[in-house]
Write a protein that binds this ligand. Sequence first.
Ligand code: ADP
Ligand code: MG
Length: 225
Amino acid sequence: MSVVRIENVFKNYTLGEQQVQALIDITLSIEDGVFLAIAGPSGSGKSTILNLIGCIDTPTRGRIFVNGQDVSGKTPDQLADMRARTIGFIFQTFNLFPVLAAAENVEYPLLQLKELSAAERRDRVGKYLDIVGLSKFAGHRPNQLSGGQRQRVAIARALATQPKIVLADEPTANLDHNTGGGILELMKEINRQDKTTFIFSTHDQRVMTMADRLVKIEDGRLTPG
Ligand code: ADP
Ligand code: MG
């Protein structure tokens, strides 16, 4: 089954007088449970694809189905709710709240899931900090953590809502080789155990090697091979 289906999608940005064609006629089906890498040079459209799948942005033309739902017909509120329950994000620059402790960063997206009690939220936070090996750092703020530890907090935050899909935008780009390798192993293990779908954008050869499937993009178009 496809967890994401992108059909003839175009995305244009207007930059002053100029029109930028960020995506040109993209069609792509992504199987449930896959560890997928989208690889391409800087500016090729990788982040744009992830933002569309993540309902952060909408296509100029074409349709996108996420978890069986057509996202084009949804209101901003419906999209926000769907995002909260279906999708976790991991970014190149971690994007943690600097004033919040690790545990509070992980708890943050759970606040949108109104059905969870405070005790259930605490349990979730504890569980996912443990999975990423940071139980002892629950009270530390991001500036008291290394880059690798910050990315682990971001992974715990992305997983805590138990999403179907994790979107990871160049997650190893700001980490040294060994730390990036450890982060990748962790994500692969979660993918194997929980069957969570991972969609990466990357330049990192190791991500491409580890992926079940590799998709290449250049100048806004998917390229064969
Ligand atoms: P990548 O993630 O592969 O580096 P992006 O998806 O960020 O590429 O960008 C694809 C193209 O779209 C680039 O030419 C970029 O400059 C342009 N672009 C991306 N976001 C915007 C935006 N918000 N406004 C204008 N142009 C944008
Ligand atoms: Mg990018």
